[in-house]
Ligand binder design. Structure first.
Ligand code: SF4
Length: 317
């Protein structure tokens, strides 16, 4: 193997929403004690989920599986209103870890529905965030993934149509669908602000820069993480081979024949410790230079949900 240098993308890894969600589960365990139930994987990363499981988190697919009166955390991707209603009926102490940027899209969807608009959601069918968002106004939201889906849309009132997007897509991914929406529905109401999350865009921009300077790109992230998979595609779109790995154990030395510079990044749900292990893997095999390609300096932070903040305050009083 002749990889002489490693270029690290910045920013990479945990976004503010994931950071907050993981902290919420840890703090809920501290405040209420184990078990704390978590609806769905709190974030799409198996290492994060395993670490929290060892600390006493119990992951469930559905809130109705959780015993009456127990503590439950809802995941960062957002949940449909029925989940909140079910949980309330079961007397759960509910701590909502929905990312505030996803909550903003939920609010938009409900506002458009109140205004009796038809809402087109651009997103991936079956993704947790999409299930949570479409659940805000199921009779009014129509899901599309591609320009062809837009062609197939049949709307009751094409004069009153707007769109929202899954936060973890990129501008590049949504551009062709938005263009087709504008072509098909000339009266399309443009959203006040776009829904694409800063972290998704920044991580993709950083990979674009890596791809210009590297022979191959590694992305640390889980197969269930759509933003991590997208980082791989961004590199491949620029004809630079890229691989998604959960951790250093999945690296295959055969990838690096005639590769001198490797780019390294991680999805928004991948912890930094896994990136550090990959760096150590290369150093142990003779890679001497490790540099960072800084694209944007992120300083976004979200506060704790009030129910948990109050509980922690009571405990410390
Ligand atoms: S990727 Fe963006 S929208 Fe999703 S959890 Fe992170 S900050 Fe929130």
């Amino acid at each position: 193997m002749d990889v002489h240098s490693l270029l690290l993308a910045a920013p990479r890894g945990f976004c503010a929403g994931v950071d907050r969600a993981v902290l919420i589960v840890e703090k809920a365990l501290e405040a209420y004690g184990a078990p704390v139930y978590v609806r769905h994987e709190i974030v799409h990363n198996k290492h994060v989920v395993e670490t929290l499981r060892r600390k006493g988190a119990v992951f469930v697919e559905d809130e109705t599986e959780v015993p009456e009166g127990a503590v439950i955390v809802f995941s960062a991707h957002g949940s449909p209103p029925e989940a909140f209603e079910n949980s309330k009926a079961l007397g759960h102490t509910l701590v909502d870890a929905t990312c505030p940027l996803v909550t903003k899209v939920h609010q938009e969807a409900r506002r458009y529905a109140r205004d009796e608009m038809e809402i087109v959601m651009i997103g991936h069918a079956g993704h947790q965030e999409v299930i949570g968002t479409t659940g805000q106004a199921p009779d009014r939201i129509r899901l599309v993934e591609t320009p062809d889906d837009v062609d197939a849309l049949e709307l009751e009132d094409p004069a009153k149509v707007t769109y929202i997007t899954q936060t973890t897509l990129s501008m590049d991914e949504t551009a062709s669908v938005v263009q087709r929406l504008n072509e098909r529905f000339p009266g399309l109401k443009q959203p006040k602000s776009d829904d694409i999350c800063y972290a998704t865009q920044n991580r993709q921009d950083a990979v674009k820069q890596l791809a210009e300077r590297c022979d191959l790109v590694l992305v640390v992230g889980s197969q269930t993480s759509s933003n991590s998979k997208r980082l791989v595609e961004v590199s491949k779109d620029r004809s630079v081979p890229a691989y998604l790995i959960d951790d250093a154990s999945e690296i295959d030395e055969a990838w690096f024949e005639e590769v001198g510079t490797v780019g390294l990044t991680s999805g928004a749900s991948a912890p930094e410790v896994l990136v550090e292990q990959v760096i150590d893997w290369f150093k142990a095999r003779g890679t001497q230079t490790v540099d960072t390609v800084m694209v944007v300096d992120e300083d976004v932070e979200f506060s704790m949900p009030s129910v948990l903040a109050r509980k922690l305050q009571e405990l410390s009083a």
